[in-house]
Design a protein around this ligand. Structure first.
Ligand code: CU
Length: 127
């Protein structure tokens, strides 16, 4: 192999490694947030290849409002579902879509994109 071929090969391998890291590992560390507000418990969730924060803590028995800000056009995240609360919402790109419900029963509930590829969880704590 010539030096140029070696460089191209090494570059390709580095690129593959970066792609794997970017899509599967980067920014996947858990980020938890607690809802603020005495009346409606509000949390903003950034949607971009995943949910940030991807763990949200709220209190049972009071209304929750999750403001999903979808900062991408990747179709993966165009829909968010919270099966336990009967929520299925369409998230317009580069806009904030509020999702409101009142969790009655403490527990941990999953939310995800419509395909179930990216996930977050809602931890409902006893009031
Ligand atoms: Cu998806």
């Amino acid at each position: 192999m010539s030096t140029a071929q070696l460089l191209v090969t090494a570059g390709g391998v580095a690129l593959i490694g970066w792609v794997l890291w970017y899509f599967f590992l980067a920014g996947r560390a858990g980020v938890a947030a607690r809802a603020m507000g005495d009346d409606v418990q509000r949390v903003r969730i950034d949607v971009q290849g995943g949910y940030t924060p991807n763990e949200v803590h709220v209190a049972a028995g009071r209304p929750v409002r999750l403001d999903f800000f979808r900062n991408e056009t990747n179709p993966c995240t165009e829909e968010v579902v919270l099966p336990a609360f009967g929520v299925r919402a369409w998230l317009a790109p580069h806009e904030t879509t509020p999702v409101e419900f009142t969790p009655a029963v403490p527990g941990t509930y999953d939310f995800s994109c419509g395909m179930g590829m990216v996930h977050g969880r809602l931890v409902v704590e006893p009031a």
